[in-house]
Design a protein around this ligand. Structure first.
Ligand code: MTE
Ligand code: MO
Length: 325
């Protein structure tokens, strides 16, 4: 494995899989059923050929985000080391995720908007301006990677949605389809998987309008691979990775603060804000450093994952909130 020696500041591998540790404790049988499920469909099946958006990539890189300060993580690593619980609780869900059917793909926009509507992914792609951004990604499990995403600022989607002044939050929802995504099936012995599908996440309107908030439709100069959340996901590079919801089918503008998937499962460990902070430990491990995927390095973690200049102001009047968990 990547960690050869365990120093005082390093976390043993088994400690940095919180979601799994949690499942092992509370959902042992159910998780086993989920983890064992595979689809039998081979990796890398000719999806690019049928993806009608393939010719839109690559796109020009935004010069503000052309250098993440460390090398881009090899594609082979990012596409095969994933958290995507719809397809299983291990990191090796990439072949199971080939079953994800990304066309037709419709996104429902509703809630506190002038008028609710549904838009197909390819129609949406025509209405936005795509760009590439190289972002650092920091999982709450203390591993990180660097990804050349393609997509558009969330702000563009907010404009299309025309929210009313009553909208205070944006709530995102992933598909539910247990036939396609075995992680959503009732598990072994007919027990419920115990997971609160669909996967839900949310941000404030101010966060949604922040330039860093990015709707991802591509990666590595091509449509985003299934395992990374095709055909459309969020990436919030200053927050722990669980906020960056994959394979979105619904975007709702709400008055109430949305309760995320992990917050619903274990709110003392995974909160709404989840901003990266090396000084605020997770209840079960330190967040001071991170393991860089594809390298043997362990590096210090940065406040807001190093994006404070863009986002710190969002939180200056929220000191009473639990901002870093
Ligand atoms: N729908 C959905 N979105 C999700 C997850 C998930 O299990 N389901 N996992 C989250 C977590 S914990 C992380 S770290 C990132 C992982 O993204 P990656 O697999 O592209 O690295 O996706 C996030 N979005
Ligand atoms: Mo994560």
């Amino acid at each position: 494995m990547l960690i050869k020696k365990i120093h005082g500041w390093e976390i043993p591998e088994h400690m940095v899989t919180p979601e799994k540790v949690f499942l092992n404790r509370r959902q042992f049988v159910a998780a086993l059923g989920v983890g064992a499920a595979t689809t039998g469909i081979g990796l890398g099946q000719a999806r690019a050929e049928v993806d009608p958006s393939a010719s839109m990539y690559p796109v020009a890189t935004n010069s503000l985000f052309k250098d993440a300060g460390r090398p881009v993580t090899p594609k082979e690593i990012n596409t095969t080391y994933n958290n995507f619980y719809e397809f299983g609780t291990s990191k090796s869900i990439s072949s199971a995720a080939e079953a994800l059917k990304t066309r037709p793909w419709e996104i429902r926009i509703d809630g506190e908007v002038e008028k609710s509507f549904t838009i197909g992914i390819d129609d949406l792609l025509k209405k936005v301006k795509l760009e590439e951004r190289i972002y650092r990604h920091r999982c709450v499990e203390a591993w990180s990677m660097v990804v050349p995403w393609s997509g558009f600022p969330l702000q563009q989607l907010v404009e299309l949605a025309k929210p009313m002044s009553s909208a205070a939050f944006v709530r995102f929802e992933t598909f539910v389809d247990p036939e396609m995504a075995p992680g959503q099936k009732p598990s072994l012995f007919g027990l419920s998987s115990g997971l609160p599908w669909p996967y839900v996440e949310g941000v404030t309107m101010a966060e949604a309008r922040n330039d860093l908030s990015f709707m991802v439709t591509g990666a590595y100069g091509a449509p985003v691979p299934n395992s990374m959340g095709a055909p459309i996901r969020l990436h919030l590079p200053w927050k722990y990775g669980f906020k960056s919801i994959k394979s979105i089918v619904r975007v709702s503008f709400t008055k109430e603060r949305p309760v995320g998937f992990w917050e619903q499962l274990q709110k003392n460990e995974y909160g709404f804000w989840a901003n990266v902070n090396p000084e605020v430990a997770h209840p079960r491990w330190s967040q001071a450093s991170e393991r860089v995927l594809g390298t043997r390095e362990r590096i210090p973690t940065q406040l807001f994952n190093g994006y404070g200049e863009f986002v710190a102001d969002l939180y200056k009047d929220l000191k009473d909130e639990v901002l870093y968990r």
